[in-house]
Design a protein around this ligand. Structure first.
Ligand SMILES: [Zn+2]
Length: 332
């Protein structure tokens, strides 16, 4: 069944209503809920600034509201290390994850300290080493300047996601400008190596692998994917002295072979981009521990409402399957 935008919106609101209505009947204990963040913005005006692809458009204030919701509901915020040591199965837990390695992630620290909430930051190590902008931000920024619509930009980005990072970057430099991948300022740049070293020493911070060059691993040969994963491990260790234990596959793309390759590089946990709860006790095996489910939080919908949906025991994918709607349709 092809889902039109209007129907998609209606289905999503119905799902959210249903999940929220079922929440009082839900047994919440015995689950780990993971969340994905990218950039943290100071304000809604900054989200709209056009400097970078706003992605979820989450502000620091929304992040704080999110932490407050789960604290009030008696959830424990946990680190990858605590997960590996084994979470008591009667509890309910949240893992915070940030992908890519944006320098603006430093803005998360005050709220993390206030709520004593650890988080794992998945770093694309070439971006840190070379100080280059993320290609999707360059594509977004230039697309905007040239008067492209959001839909046109999304289509271009979707096409690029089927290719290797190196090829996309080469094309962007040719099509736009030689310096298209130079960050505009503090908002869109990655961590500097010095910042990352200091950040990694914070008691609430863990670093994770996001490959060497933000490689969407399914676009690479297995040998190349191995190099991307191991290269990320080596670089993070060289920059910070820490060795990641968890991977976030760029764009959520992995395969059983890629998960096995990650294990061979010493990674013991992995996250994908598919909403849902992870039931306890976790099985530390492939694929379970290497494909933990993860919700995305959006800035354009109520934070409390999204938190409630994630706590309910009804997954969006199962809901769609029950309606015979192709589950591969990605809702934002
Ligand atoms: Zn990423």
């Amino acid at each position: 069944m092809i889902v039109q935008p209007q129907l998609k919106k209606a289905l999503l609101s119905f799902y959210r209503m249903l999940a929220s209505a079922l929440l009082p009947l839900t047994k919440e204990q015995g689950a780990l809920i993971c969340f994905l963040f990218h950039s943290l913005f100071e304000s809604r005006a900054e989200v709209q600034s056009g400097v970078l692809d706003p992605q979820q458009g989450v502000t620091v204030e929304m992040f704080r509201a999110f932490l407050s919701h789960f604290q009030e509901q008696g959830y424990g915020f946990v680190s990858p290390r605590q997960i590996l040591e084994g979470l008591p199965p009667g509890g309910k837990y949240v893992l915070l994850t940030f992908d890519d390695g944006y320098g603006n992630n430093l803005r998360a620290l005050p709220a993390m300290e206030e709520f004593n909430a650890p988080a794992v930051f998945f770093i694309s190590s070439d971006h840190v080493r070379e100080g280059k902008a993320f290609w999707w931000d360059a594509a977004f920024r230039e697309g905007r300047k040239r008067g492209k619509t959001e839909a046109e930009i999304r289509r271009t980005v979707a096409g690029y996601k089927r290719r290797k990072t190196e090829d996309v970057e080469c094309d962007l430099k040719k099509e736009l400008r030689k310096d298209a991948l130079r960050p505009v300022g503090d908002l869109d740049r990655p961590f500097t190596p010095a910042e990352l070293r200091e950040f990694a020493g914070h008691r609430l911070v863990s670093l994770g692998n996001h490959t060497k060059n933000h490689a969407i691993l399914t676009n690479y040969s297995l040998a190349e994917a191995r190099k991307q994963i191991q290269g990320g491990q080596d670089a993070i260790q060289q920059i910070t002295g820490k060795i990641p234990e968890m991977i976030s596959y760029p764009n959520g793309n992995s395969s059983p072979e890629i998960q096995e390759a990650a294990r061979e590089s010493g990674l013991r946990l992995g996250v994908v981009v598919r909403g849902g709860k992870n039931r306890l006790p976790l099985k530390f095996e492939v694929p379970e521990a290497m494909t933990l489910k993860r919700f995305i939080l959006w800035g354009d919908y109520g934070i409390d409402a999204q938190c409630r949906v994630s706590r309910a025991n009804i997954s969006l994918n199962r809901f769609l399957e029950s309606l015979k709607v192709r589950a591969s349709i990605a809702f934002r």
